[in-house]
Design a protein around this ligand. Structure first.
Ligand SMILES: Cc1ncc(COP(=O)(O)O)c(C=O)c1O
Length: 451
């Protein structure tokens, strides 16, 4: 919130000005990006329309759920049509012909994807979905021994991460009850300090094979100190991987410089590529440059093989350079097209660093409103207040009233946010398409919903 208050001072704005949100929007040089997106309308999402809203059915909703599913970019709609036309026109010849030949559809976006996570282009690729990628990456990098076999995750990790790590342990004959270490916050706390994470890593030290944490925690919105934790994980002798579902496109990442071993992320949250769309993968060049198939026993599929060998069974498997060599199947062209169009929108906006600068002020403003303009005392923010420890999302713990009841009321007044059972509402103003007015209006409607 400090950054937001400094911003107000810097621009000589009055915090008590009734028109502050509009003035902040006028200062926002990314406000034009909003028109790049399709917004749902109240009439399409409300479960009931009351008298007050009868003439507002065509109004765009206030969408605060980019942390779950990002809005549809108009470019995505456009580019998918181009893909369908190419497929219609060229059929199998489309692998080599057309606007974006199918054969290299994913290689075409590597550098754009790399800029989202702070990587070299060859360190990233798009493939499969997130949970599948976590399995593939762990199958490649979780090589337990008798002495070093534990996997570390955060307590309250996303269910899929829990299932992935539990099943990986079981597949290798280990016991998730004892061998899956879940780092738990202190009593009555929701978030972890970096020191608590370090202490756990040191406590289990040389028995840890893999550390797999979320970059931004889905429930609390906490952004972990990836650089420090990766360093300590390495000092313990472990491989350190990250689930970046809630971090990619949300916060600034430097996966290469932070020396992360591997990571994966979905592209349908802050990256706005559409539900279930193709996921991203990062593998550090330090690993791929020294990769030896004979000793590392990579999970192989034809698309991990070099193009010149791919169709020749008599030739050996020669892994594609970098992350591409971890592909098994050919990528979905529809998915990759949607992702490419979304990444173009990021580029048009000036990239993650520009968006992140707006995000700090926008979420800072939301925090200011939550702290100063909420009538109810039954809402507690559980996301860290320090902007370096969060992205766009703020998670709100609700007491006395059911979170789902509030969500429902908000929906019918034209606000989409989401609930994580039993009692947390998550709101995430996405800097690509949310405005300061969205935050201001949200607080007014939240106050009404809490009455
Ligand atoms: C943190 C996190 N991990 C994993 C997943 C699972 O993603 P997928 O269904 O694409 O495998 C999600 C989905 O929302 C998530 O938020």
């Amino acid at each position: 919130m400090e950054n937001f208050l400094n911003y107000i001072k810097q621009h000589d704005l009055d915090i008590n000005d009734e028109t502050l949100a509009e003035k902040l929007d006028a200062l926002d040089d990314l406000s034009h990006m909003r028109k790049e997106f399709n917004f749902p309308q109240l009439g399409d999402i409300a479960t009931e329309i009351n008298d007050e809203n009868r003439d507002k059915v065509d109004q765009e909703v206030i969408y605060l759920t980019g942390n779950s599913l990002g809005l549809q970019g108009k470019a995505v709609e456009r580019e998918l049509k181009v893909y369908l036309d190419d497929w219609k026109k060229y059929a199998v010849e489309g692998h080599m012909k057309g606007t974006h030949p199918f054969i290299s559809i994913d290689e075409e976006i590597q550098s754009r994807l790399a800029s989202i996570v702070g990587a070299k282009p060859s360190e990233v690729c798009s493939m499969n979905s997130l949970s599948v990628n976590l399995h593939i990456l762990l199958s490649n990098f979780y090589k337990p021994t008798k002495d070093r076999y534990k996997i570390v995750i955060e307590y309250g990790a996303f269910p899929s991460d829990l299932y992935v790590t539990e099943s990986q342990l079981r597949n290798h004959g280990f016991n998730p009850e004892t061998d899956l270490i879940k780092i738990k916050p202190k009593e009555n706390e929701y978030t972890l300090t970096t020191q608590e994470i370090i202490d756990t890593l040191k406590e289990h030290g040389d028995s840890i094979a893999v550390v797999l944490l979320s970059g931004v925690q889905y429930f609390t919105g906490q952004f972990f100190d990836i650089k420090t934790i990766t360093k300590v994980g390495h000092e313990c002798g472990a491989i350190v991987g990250w689930d970046l579902a809630h971090a990619a496109g949300n916060v600034q990442l430097q996966l290469h410089d932070w020396d992360v071993d591997f990571a994966s992320w979905c592209s349908y949250k802050y990256l706005n590529s559409g539900p279930g769309c193709i996921a991203g993968v990062f593998v550090h060049s330090r690993i791929t440059e020294t990769f030896d198939l004979a000793t590392d026993n990579r999970l192989m599929g034809w698309f991990g093989n070099k193009l010149s060998h791919r169709f020749h069974k008599e030739k050996p498997f020669v892994a594609e350079t970098g992350a591409l060599g971890f592909r098994c199947s050919n990528p979905s062209v529809a998915d990759t097209t949607a992702l490419r169009a979304s990444l173009d929108i990021f580029e048009k906006a000036g990239g993650v660093s520009k968006l992140s600068a707006k995000s700090v002020i926008l979420t800072g403003y939301l925090e200011y409103l939550l702290r100063n303009k909420l009538a109810s005392t039954n809402i507690q923010m559980i996301t860290p207040t320090d902007p370096s420890q969060r992205g766009a999302q703020i998670s709100l713990l609700v007491r006395e009233i059911k979170a789902n009841e509030i969500k429902h009321k908000l929906l019918n007044s034209g606000v989409i946010c989401d609930v994580r059972e039993p009692d947390v509402i998550r709101v995430a103003p996405a800097p690509l398409y949310n405005s300061f007015t969205d935050c201001h209006r949200f607080i007014q409607l939240l106050n009404k919903a809490m009455m």
